[in-house]
Ligand binder design. Structure first.
Ligand SMILES: Cc1ncc(COP(=O)(O)O)c(C=O)c1O
Length: 379
């Protein structure tokens, strides 16, 4: 009999624990919540969400989202400043389409989200990397680089960064916005993990720079509801909306994902969205603790800081141990991780690994770390 064709993307071989995984686990994708919301939207008389959508995005979704974001973040969010997208990956692709030409220079963090690097490669952009430390992007270095180059935009992940887990401080945020205005380039903030915090609330979204015309804050439902929805948003100054809504993609296809938007509108209105985020934060915060304890117990040779949100630990291997050779051995121990150089546009971080705490339950996290320790300690 033929094998059934796959329904979702997984590359984890049977029996492996892939600590590198950056997806939410299937068990935390809220089918009941979405079923109830879909029932509400599908039993209404209004079927307009089955039509080509308005270019800026399904109105009721922008209204519900604006209220949710405004309440959560404590500043005014207007539906007029929201543009519905098909997630951050799609947003980034569209931003590259609209604001860059092949050969243009952009700035990225070092390290950064490896799949964003792929989108930039698709657009043949010239990348200049700016170092980061525990407080995020190093603004003094950025200032120096701006004397030599003028980027079209800076792409950065300000909160619970992927892969480092670090968060850009408020003081650096303010300096960054000042610099971007002085040197006239766009700030493209990837805020995928903004709502996944386990201790205190992180600094406000870049959307809080309400009057900054050059700031685009990208949000997504992928990690706080479900990536299969392919739904996200941009928060941007009214001046920039025109360029998005008038582009060929939307002229031909209409606004992005009105069907998913209608269902998500009901999820938000029911209060289920807020509850879902709370549940995720409780579960993930206990998984962080489990991973931290397991690392301390079985892998005291690794150095790292415990993340306060997001998905990942970014750990330094003992001196002289490249992640690439550890990974070759790891196959025998049925464990995997992401090697640090994947997140570098210059081939750096060869002694770092990214391991995620979101994807597995506690027992598998401990088992995964034990396997990694056995691998690391083997001759
Ligand atoms: C930093 C970062 N940006 C974007 C994405 C992808 O977002 P989306 O599913 O909205 O395309 C991810 C997913 O892991 C991510 O870690």
């Amino acid at each position: 009999m033929n094998q059934p064709l796959p329904t979702y993307q997984t590359q984890i071989p049977q029996g492996f624990i892939d600590l590198g995984a950056g997806d939410p686990p299937l068990s935390l994708l809220p089918l009941d919540l979405l079923r109830e919301a879909a029932q509400v939207s599908l039993s209404q008389k209004d079927n307009s969400f089955l039509q080509y959508g308005t270019e800026q995005g399904f109105g009721p979704c922008r209204a519900a989202l604006a209220e949710f974001l405004g309440n959560g973040e404590g500043f005014m969010v207007r539906p007029e400043n929201l543009f519905i997208t098909n997630g951050i990956s799609g947003s980034l692709n569209l931003i590259c389409d609209l604001f860059t030409q092949p050969g243009d220079t952009i700035f990225v963090e070092e390290p950064t989200y490896f799949l964003a690097l792929k989108i930039f490669a698709d657009h043949k952009l010239n990348l200049i990397s700016i170092p980061t430390d525990e407080s995020g992007l190093v603004i003094d270095v950025l200032e120096e680089k701006l004397k030599e180059d003028h980027p079209k935009f800076l792409y950065f992940i300000p909160t619970f960064q992927n892969p480092t887990g670090h968060t850009l401080t408020q003081e650096r945020r303010d300096r960054l916005v000042d610099l971007s205005q002085k040197h006239d380039f766009l700030l493209i903030a990837d805020e995928v993990y903004q709502f996944l915090y386990f201790t205190q609330r992180p600094p406000k979204s870049f959307a809080s720079y309400l009057n900054a015309e050059n700031v685009i804050a990208m949000g997504t439902f992928s990690k706080i509801l479900a990536p299969g929805l392919r739904l996200g948003w941009l928060h941007l100054h009214a001046k920039n909306i025109k360029q998005f809504v008038e582009c060929g993609l939307l002229d031909s296809g209409g606004g992005l994902n009105p069907f998913a938007s209608a269902i998500v509108t009901e999820v938000i209105k029911s209060g289920g969205f807020e509850k879902n985020i709370k549940t995720l934060n409780e579960i993930y915060s206990s998984r962080v603790k489990v991973m931290d304890q397991a690392l301390r117990k079985y892998l005291p040779q690794l150095t790292y800081t415990v993340p306060h949100g997001g998905y990942f630990f970014w750990a330094q291997l003992p001196e002289g141990m490249p992640a690439s050779s550890l990974r070759e051995k790891a196959i025998q121990f049925k464990v995997d991780f992401r090697p640090g150089n994947k997140f570098s546009s210059t081939g750096g971080f060869r002694d770092r690994i990214r391991i995620g705490f979101a994807f597995y339950e506690s027992a598998e996290i401990v088992e995964g770390i034990t396997r990694l320790a056995n691998c690391l300690n083997s001759k």
